[in-house]
Design a protein. Structure first.
Length: 518
């Protein structure tokens, strides 16, 4: 569950409902003609405004009070495995790709600017708030730490009990009240489990669950071995059962405590990173942690090596920040920015080495856990890593189309280039090269990711395809003004005519978008 995405989805659903209700209440008025023209394009869809109005009217007049006789109805119990992904410190390219609203929500959630019951949304986010005083900064940091502590959970189990009704008579409101009360009681019973799954306190419920599995194997495996030894008259099965049970208990014990310790140290590091008030440093840590999670095997020596690197980085970041932060602040806000940067640098000098120590300990504990659990559990963890690239959203309106794996991979590649953060338009694979097109530029890369050509659509005058002998052709891009080397055109060779025509059409499409803005 991604909190920032849920906030956006909630806002979209409630705003859509308010929009259709407004259309229904306006009737035939001043904007009737515009409304009718807009609704003509939806004549093949259900009349959502009418459905909402009907449901509201039924709920107000109590039509649902008609009684229903239930002979037998069973709702089976079910379990929900819940993991929450808190907001991240987005890089400028990621923020531009996500969009202004999503980036603002991520930033507000990280600052702890959440509100409950202050607006029409069940979960509100205060966007754009600026902490102008020292007290406001401290309060924001504290709220961010509390919010992160309440949200960081992985694999929390919600066990909702079933319900069974036989020979009952209910009306609509009574049935809703019954099930509402039933599941409210179930949720209350799950509160201790949710609190016990918080990473901020080391996920003690997961630790106890693992220890229970280890103790169970320690008892049952020798018994299974004894039964098999009696059947086959071979005492070796007893020895194997004892070895399996002892090994399982040791793995669950060492791995469980290492996992809890890693959660505690990583939570401490994340909260201390917020305390540094250094957005770039937080972004760098998020990227590093994401890359570590996507690694394959992670053994003890890998953890020790990574721990030493992070320990050194913590001290280096703390020392260099004392110089960099005042200079960056002076460039932006003069003397005031210099002193603010100096304070931020001194704070980082104190906090960042502590983060380095904590990150080093986290990596070592995670390596211990991975080593004792063996290859089987590491394979399971690798399967949990997202394999399919994120869906590409097209153009400035971020249109959603049928999922295309090639476009998704190209969009992910574009984020790591000089045009990262711009809106994805299209791409074209050209043998050993690939052309990436945003809504502003075209970038041509070779097979090793090296930049071959970068041109703005606003600088292009004309585009044409020229065919040569031996089935070779090129796309000629004429520029409005010469480049620094004196050239007023760019040539992109293509292996086939179809490839050249496709590239030409994509470039012309990008040019048309730029002309619309002008």
């Amino acid at each position: 569950m991604d909190l920032a995405f849920l906030v956006r989805l909630q806002r979209y659903a409630l705003d859509a409902k308010a929009h259709f209700q407004a259309h229904n209440s306006d009737g035939i008025g001043a904007n009737a003609i515009d409304s009718q023209l807009q609704l003509k394009s939806f004549n093949k869809l259900p009349d959502i405004s009418k459905i909402i109005a009907t449901e509201n009217a039924l709920s107000q007049i109590g039509v649902g009070a008609a009684q229903v006789c239930i002979g037998a109805m069973a709702v089976l119990p079910y379990t929900i495995k819940l993991s929450v992904n808190p907001a991240q410190a987005l890089t400028p390219a990621q923020a531009a790709f996500e969009g202004f609203e999503a980036a603002a929500i991520h930033k507000a959630v990280r600052k702890g600017d959440l509100s409950l019951g202050r607006n029409t949304y069940p979960l509100g986010v205060v966007i754009g708030r600026k902490n102008k005083t020292a007290l406001a900064v401290v309060q924001g940091v504290f709220k961010s730490i509390v919010v992160d502590a309440l949200l960081r959970m992985n694999g929390a189990s919600l066990n909702l009990s079933g319900a069974f009704l036989r020979n009952q008579i209910f009306n609509g409101p009574q049935l809703a009240t019954y099930f509402g009360a039933h599941y409210l009681v179930s949720l209350r019973q799950n509160v201790p489990a949710l609190l016990g799954s918080l990473a901020a306190i080391g996920n003690p419920l997961g630790l106890f669950r693992g220890l229970g599995d280890g103790v169970s194997d320690f008892v049952t495996e020798p018994v299974k071995g004894l039964q098999k030894s009696i059947q086959n008259l071979n005492p070796q099965y007893v020895v194997d059962g004892v070895a399996r049970g002892t090994g399982s208990l040791a793995r669950h014990t060492v791995g469980g405590f290492a996992d809890s310790a890693a959660l505690l140290t990583s939570t401490f590091s994340k909260n201390m990173a917020v305390l540094t008030l250094d957005r770039r440093y937080a972004q760098k840590r998020d990227r590093s942690n994401t890359m570590r999670e996507q690694q394959g095997d992670f053994h003890l020596m890998d953890g020790v090596e990574s721990g030493f690197v992070k320990l050194a980085e913590g001290f280096i970041e703390g020392v260099t920040g004392v110089v960099r932060a005042p200079m960056r602040g002076a460039e932006r806000r003069g003397v005031e920015g210099f002193f603010k940067g100096l304070g931020k640098g001194l704070l980082g000098l104190l906090v960042k080495p502590m983060i380095g120590i904590s990150d080093a300990a986290s990596d070592v504990f995670m390596a211990i856990k991975a080593s004792v659990e063996g290859e089987g559990q590491q394979a399971i963890d690798r399967r949990r890593v997202q394999i399919r690239p994120r869906r590409a959203l097209y153009g400035r309106d971020k249109q959603m189309r049928t999922y295309n794996l090639a476009d998704a991979a190209a969009c992910a590649l574009m984020l790591r280039t000089c045009i990262g953060g711009q809106n994805f338009l299209s791409h074209l694979e050209m043998d050993d090269r690939v052309a990436l097109l945003s809504d502003k530029r075209m970038l041509l890369l070779d097979s090793e990711g090296k930049e071959l050509l970068l041109v703005k659509f606003s600088h292009i005058s004309t585009v044409e395809v020229r065919e040569y002998e031996a089935n070779s052709c090129s796309v000629i891009i004429m520029l409005k003004r010469p480049r620094a080397n004196g050239s007023d055109m760019e040539v992109v060779t293509c292996s086939t005519v179809a490839q050249a025509v496709e590239l030409s059409e994509q470039i012309k499409h990008g040019m048309s978008l730029v002309e619309e803005d002008v």
